[in-house]
Design a protein around this ligand. Structure first.
Ligand SMILES: Cc1cc2nc3c(=O)[nH]c(=O)nc-3n(C[C@H](O)[C@H](O)[C@H](O)COP(=O)(O)OP(=O)(O)OC[C@H]3O[C@@H](n4cnc5c(N)ncnc54)[C@H](O)[C@@H]3O)c2cc1C
Length: 483
């Protein structure tokens, strides 16, 4: 990449995770054939693109170190895969064993059939489940008669669930199911920012049970049997999730992406545009800049330009987590592994958040006589565990998995995938915080923010948000091109 002046618009994207790559792809496809093409530069600090998504192939095992699938009822990611020619590589989780477990007094019990994150779509399984006490079940059913909340103020996820379904449902079911997604503390999470569909259910139907039944009626093909995180609605790619960032990178003109190129600062240029300063080369002039990095990383880059914006960006907290990928011979594991995984409630006082039975969820990712487990450690509720070294994290994760699943002997091999400060926590007031950040950022024409800190952490939300950011930037490129 040259930093020579050009008469074309140049957009620099900082961050080569999914957000940055989607934004780059969008700008390229929107402008490549126009009379006014754009020079694109993508700077990534690490030696690879993909950010929180990586896949590794080892001796017949396909290992996912980050995301392993994405939800399909929000179509953006699915459509992007098709646009990139990956349509025939999309796969769904295995049709058998479509359920998950929750730990109760050290034992694995199935999540009641039809229970989706916090809304029961079937009452029978709730009444018969041994996960809840008789009192807990009655309290949960009181959702049918409890009045709806009338004010619009933000509420924590824990408070919302306790109010609607009671403390037991929160502690034994919702906390582990939702905590597994956000690696978060439900006492801190904003329900409006993380799971607004359930707030809407209460507002529209008066409660979660009524809401779940009404929505189910509306959705003709609703799958009544899915439990846990609705695995039936998830998709992945046959060669692993990293296929997506790789395809996005390959769609860009050669030379667009520069890895090992951490950006330290963004400032105004003399010509009214922007100067992006990577550590590995001279400043790059740009007409537009997209910061597609973690909010704390974006804050560092705009510290000198706008300390107030930096302060607001830093106010979005992040959690760190690790995934220990452990492979075993099937006959080492006495549990039948007849589900997609198990989530672990905080009240069980264990040192892991969840275990995904990856090779059951996606058969073919391990040799027939072997299994892959992904064991989640750390998050907002156990931050101290993330600070342990890899050996210690691996030892505690494998020990917990062995106790829960009856595993004998050591794993065949392991990998530890660390995600330091990678998961933004949409805590109480998140929506207001994001609105403030956007208002403040708007003071800087053609400097825009993308990434999972703002509009959702799931892959479809990220794709949609990055596409919108790219479209908005293209529409507002009013500053004269760099000359
Ligand atoms: C462990 C884990 C499991 C997940 N599982 C799922 C799942 O199964 N399904 C799902 O839908 N979602 C999942 N997610 C969420 C989803 O994968 C992420 O939200 C998404 O990949 C984040 O993409 P991003 O580009 O916004 O951020 P990131 O992937 O964090 O990318 C940010 C990039 O910016 C770079 N960067 C930072 N500072 C600088 C700098 N100064 N200069 C240059 N580059 C810089 C970083 O190196 C990084 O590559 C998971 C997330 C994690 C952490």
């Amino acid at each position: 990449m040259s930093d020579r002046p050009t008469s074309r618009n140049r957009i620099v994207i900082v961050g080569g995770g999914l957000s940055g790559l989607v934004a780059a792809h969008r700008i390229h496809t929107q402008t490549a054939k126009s009379a006014d093409p754009v020079d694109l530069v993508l700077l990534e600090a690490k030696d690879r693109v993909g950010g929180a998504i990586w896949t590794e192939h080892v001796d017949g095992f396909l290992l996912e170190g980050g995301a392993d699938s994405f939800i399909t009822n929000k179509p953006a990611a699915l459509n992007l895969c098709k646009e990139l020619g990956l349509g025939d590589q999309l796969i769904g989780p295995d049709a058998t064993n479509r359920r998950s477990f929750v730990v109760r007094n050290g034992k694995l019990l199935p999540v009641p059939e039809g229970f989706v994150l916090m809304a029961p779509r079937k009452l029978g399984p709730i009444i018969t489940t041994p996960i809840l006490s008789f009192r807990g079940k009655l309290r949960m059913l009181m959702d049918l008669i409890r009045p709806r909340r009338n004010d619009d103020a933000d509420e924590s996820l824990a408070s919302f669930v306790k109010r609607r379904l009671g403390r037991e449902a929160l502690e034994r079911l919702v906390q582990p199911l939702v905590g597994g997604i956000y690696t978060a503390d439900p006492n801190e999470l904003s329900v409006k920012a993380t799971l607004p569909q359930f707030v809407e259910m209460e507002r529209k139907y008066g409660g979660l049970i009524r809401g779940a039944f009404a929505e189910m009626k509306k959705t003709k093909n609703a799958d009544r049997t899915a439990s846990g995180a609705r695995y039936g609605l998830f998709a992945s790619l046959i060669d692993g999730m990293e296929t997506l960032p790789r395809a996005l990178a390959a769609s860009l003109p050669p030379g667009t992406i520069r890895t090992n190129s951490p950006v330290r600062r963004v400032s105004r240029s003399d010509t009214g545009g922007w100067l992006v300063e990577p550590l590995d080369g001279p400043p790059i002039e740009a007409t537009g800049v997209i910061l597609a990095t973690e909010a704390h990383a974006s804050a560092r880059m705009v510290d000198a330009l706008d300390p107030e914006l930096a302060l607001h960006l830093r106010s979005i907290p992040y959690a760190s987590s690790a995934i220990v990928i452990a492979t075993y011979k099937r006959d080492q594991v006495s549990h039948p592994l007849d589900g997609f995984g198990v989530v672990v409630p905080t009240i069980e006082n264990r040192r892991i958040l969840a275990i995904s039975f990856t090779s059951v969820k996606f058969p073919g990712r391990a040799p027939k006589d072997s299994v892959i487990l992904r064991i989640f450690v750390g998050g907002a509720t156990q931050p101290e565990l993330f600070d342990l070294d890899n050996g210690a994290i691996e030892a505690l994760a494998c020990s917990e998995a062995s106790q829960l699943l009856g595993i004998t002997g050591p794993p065949i091999f392991t990998r530890v995938s660390r995600h330091p400060r990678a998961m933004p926590q949409y805590t109480l007031g998140h929506l207001d915080r994001v609105a403030t950040i956007r208002t403040r950022a708007a003071l800087h024409p053609n400097l825009v923010l993308a990434g999972n800190a703002f509009d959702g952490v799931g892959i479809p939300d990220i794709v949609k948000s990055a596409q919108t950011v790219a479209d908005d930037l293209l529409a507002s490129l009013v500053v004269p091109a760099v000359v």
